[in-house]
Structures are given as structure tokens and as C-alpha cells.
Design a protein around this ligand. Structure first.
Ligand code: GLU
Length: 435
């Protein structure tokens, strides 16, 4: 590994362009994080500019013929932030707030995430500005197939591999895989991950992000002389990540005292009855109204007197407005980008251990990688093999990040960024510039 304190002499280029200057929103946060890592690593403005700018991006218009015969237009994006360590990798998000800057930020985080856990991938992300809850399954299928056709030249098992994210699921991935495969003339399961088992999905993928979050929590607690059965946990977001994670925490002996979804939160000091809560949510679609806890607001959940806070929903929920009131000693980022730069500084200053998103929620993309490897070899692993390999990867990555943070006297987030930015910069340096 190169010495991070020695500026790289091989690249000298013009000053960093204006669009690498942090702005508001997730992209501002992501660029601010990169900025900090670049300064510490001593890289020059040329390397900074290369790592700040997406390598490729596409903006597509997606007309939908609705079931009632009317037409609606949506905007979709795919951004490959970096492809120097391998194909682009990252989810596809369906959410009304999706825009190009959010997708750029999420793609950049995928680059660092894949590098932290040493996957042979770059980082990418896609999104469509649509609220999937307002559309029927057949409408969503048409949106997905049209989006896939529009971005077709950019994706593929060796180019850019999609996976589920907010608002998409394994069914969406099956449509992407089918559209891509039909157009190529043969079945190509490795173009997406997080697909159904019946068409080449991997055992353990659906719960991998949550499992990884729990592994990361266990490692952080252990380092401070604690275990999961000692702690009280609050989970913000009861979706694909937070829902299974809450159950896994409870199964490991933690007291899960509060959970929330976009409708509200519930709180029970001493711990919620998770099996009963899951049954309630399966029937009602929300945690709100569960009689085994008191109703509280989402904001109240974030500042509850618990040991571990797990933001597992969307970006920027911990801000300068509430970070000083967070009482948890550990914040484990199940979501991508839940903490603004200001909030991160406040939490670190107050001695809160933040296990950063690019490490804490990397379990999903780790098992995506396992799924891609299995699909390429057409040879399938057992669930036990997958879970063991995931646990090893998470433990190893946590140890490396923690070691870097200790050595450099920085937070776990900065440790993770130093490690990953350096790995990506090394790939650039070793490959050299063409022509
Ligand atoms: N959407 C997930 C993430 O943000 C998974 C990405 C993947 O598996 O490619 O990490």
C-alpha cells in the first residue's frame, strides 16, 4: 500500500472544478467526505477531480402507458461513479425525491463501500423519480422494462450490475434481468443481483444488508467491551433493512425498544415483542397502532435514551438540529447517508461511535457479489456457506477500518474513507492514464 501522507506525483492536472465543491444535500455530504479524505491522503487536485466526478451518467425519459390508457412521463438516471476496480455496482431506487445529485451521491458511496469490503467492483446507482406505491404491478413492470431498455448500453455483468434499493425488490430485478436477457438473446442472470432464487438469486441475499448491520454492531460493541445482549436498540425504518435487523437484534438478545416507519414510531422501554410486532406489521402494513408499545414520533425515536441507534431509512435524518440530542452511544448506519457532515462532526465530538454506512450496510453488496460469482459459475452455495463468508468479510472489514481509524486518530467514518479512497486511487495510479 502507498504511503497516504506522500502526495501522488504522477498526476498533475488543473484545479478541482467547481462541481466538486460541497453543496447541500447528499451530494454535498459525499463530496465533503471525499474532500476530507483527499486532504489527509495528500492527493493532488487532479486525483481529487477524478474521484469527485462520475465516470459516466445517463438521464432517460420514461413514458408510461397507465392502465387507464393515459400517459405519464418519469425521469430516470444511472450513474457509474467509478469503474476502476471492476464493473459498476449498485442499487436501483424508485422514490419521488430521486434526482441526479442524489444518484451521484449514492453511486459515490457504492464506490467506497465496494472498496471497503474489497469487492472487485466500482460504484454505480440508478433511480427513477416515481412513487411506486401509486402504481400497479403491471405499470411498474412497464416502467422497469422501459428504463432497462433505455440504459441497456451501460449495463451488463461486466459493465454495471444492478440490485434492489428503496422502492424496488426482487421482482423488479427479475424484470430487469428478463428485459436485458431477451434483448441479448440468451439468459444472463449476472446482470442483476437481489433477484428471485428461481432465476439465479442467492440464498441469504434478501436479509444480507440487515445481517451485515448486526455484524457491524456486534463488532463495534465488542471493541468497547459490550455485547448485543447488553444493549437497548432503536431502529429507524422498518423496511428491507431495518425490519429484519430489528428481529436479528432481538434474536441476539438485544432489547429493541423502538422502531419506526414513515407513518410513525412505537416505543416500549424494556423491549418490544418482536414476533408479535412482525405479525402486526404483516397484517397492517405499518408499525403504527401496535398495542405493545407507546406511539412516539420519528424525531423522538432518534433522540431516545437507548444505547444503539440504527437509522435504516433515508438520507440526512441526523442533522445539526438533532445530533446534539442523540443519546445513543453507537450510531450504526443501516441507511446510506443518514448523517449530514455537521451532525457527524457533532456526534464524533461528543464521543458517539458512528459505524458508517459504507461499512455498516455493506452486507447487501457483499452477498450481491456472492450472487454474481455464483451466477457466473452456475454453481450455487448453501445458505450456511454464504452466511459464514459474509460474517468473515464484515469482521475483516471492520477490523481494517478500526485499525486505520486508530492509527490515524480519526473516526470510523474517516478510517473507512481513507481506506477506500486510497484503494480506488491506487487502482487509478497502477492502471495509469490512457492515452
Ligand atoms: N442498494 C444496496 C446498497 O445501497 C445494495 C447494492 C448492491 O447490492 O449492489 O448497498
Amino acid at each position: 500500500m502507498s504511503d497516504p501522507t506522500v502526495p501522488d506525483p504522477t498526476i498533475t492536472t488543473p484545479p478541482v472544478p467547481a462541481d466538486t465543491t460541497p453543496s447541500d444535500g447528499p451530494l454535498g455530504t459525499a463530496l465533503g467526505q471525499l474532500d476530507g479524505a483527499i486532504r489527509r491522503l495528500g492527493y493532488d487536485p487532479g486525483m481529487h477531480a477524478m474521484l469527485a466526478a462520475p465516470r459516466r451518467e445517463i438521464h432517460v425519459a420514461i413514458p408510461l402507458r397507465r392502465d387507464d390508457g393515459t400517459t405519464e412521463l418519469f425521469h430516470g438516471y444511472r450513474v457509474q461513479h467509478n469503474i476502476s476496480r471492476g464493473p459498476g455496482k449498485g442499487g436501483l431506487r424508485y422514490h419521488p425525491a430521486v434526482d441526479i445529485d442524489e444518484v451521484r451521491a449514492l453511486a459515490m458511496w457504492m464506490t467506497w463501500k465496494c472498496a471497503v469490503v474489497e469487492l472487485p467492483y466500482g460504484g454505480a446507482k440508478g433511480g427513477v423519480a416515481i412513487d411506486p406505491r401509486g402504481y400497479t404491478s403491471s405499470e411498474l413492470e412497464r416502467v422497469t422494462r422501459r428504463y432497462t431498455s433505455e440504459i441497456m448500453p451501460m449495463i451488463g455483468p461486466e459493465h454495471d450490475i444492478m440490485a434492489p434499493d428503496i422502492g424496488t425488490d426482487e421482482r423488479t430485478m427479475a424484470w430487469v434481468m428478463d428485459t436485458y436477457s431477451v434483448n441479448r438473446g440468451h439468459t444472463i442472470p449476472a446482470v442483476v443481483t437481489g433477484k428471485p432464487l428461481e432465476v439465479g438469486g442467492s440464498l441469504g441475499r434478501a436479509t444480507a444488508t440487515s445481517r451485515g448491520v448486526v455484524h457491524a454492531t456486534r463488532a463495534a460493541l465488542h471493541e468497547a467491551g459490550h455485547e448485543l445482549h447488553d444493549v437497548r436498540v432503536a431502529v429507524q425504518g422498518f423496511g428491507k433493512v431495518g425490519g429484519p435487523a430489528a428481529t436479528m437484534y432481538a434474536d441476539a438478545g438485544a432489547r429493541v425498544e423502538a422502531v419506526s416507519d414513515e407513518n410513525g414510531a412505537i416505543y416500549r422501554p424494556g423491549g418490544l415483542d418482536m414476533p408479535r410486532l412482525r405479525e402486526y406489521v404483516a397484517a397492517s402494513g405499518t408499525v403504527v397502532g401496535f398495542d405493545g408499545g407507546d406511539p412516539i414520533t420519528n424525531d423522538e425515536l432518534l433522540t431516545l435514551d437507548v444505547d444503539v441507534l440504527v437509522p435504516a431509512a433515508v438520507e440526512h435524518v441526523l442533522t445539526a438540529d438533532n445530533a446534539a440530542d442523540v443519546k445513543a452511544r453507537w450510531v450504526v448506519e443501516g441507511a446510506n447517508g443518514p448523517t449530514t457532515g455537521e451532525a457527524d462532526a457533532l456526534l464524533t465530538e461528543r464521543g458517539v461511535t458512528v459505524v458508517p454506512d459504507i461499512l455498516a450496510n455493506a452486507g447487501g453488496v457483499v452477498v450481491s457479489y456472492f450472487e454474481w460469482v455464483q451466477a457466473q459459475q452456475a454453481y450455487w452455495w448453501t445458505e450456511a456457506e454464504i452466511e459464514q463468508k459474509l460474517a468473515e468479510r464484515m469482521a475483516h472489514a471492520y477490523a481494517e477500518v478500526s485499525e486505520m481509524a486508530r492509527r490515524e486518530h480519526v473516526s470510523l467514518r474517516d478510517g473507512a474513507l481513507l481506506l477506500s479512497v486510497r484503494r480506488v486511487a491506487d487502482a487509478h495510479r497502477i492502471r495509469g492514464l490512457y492515452p
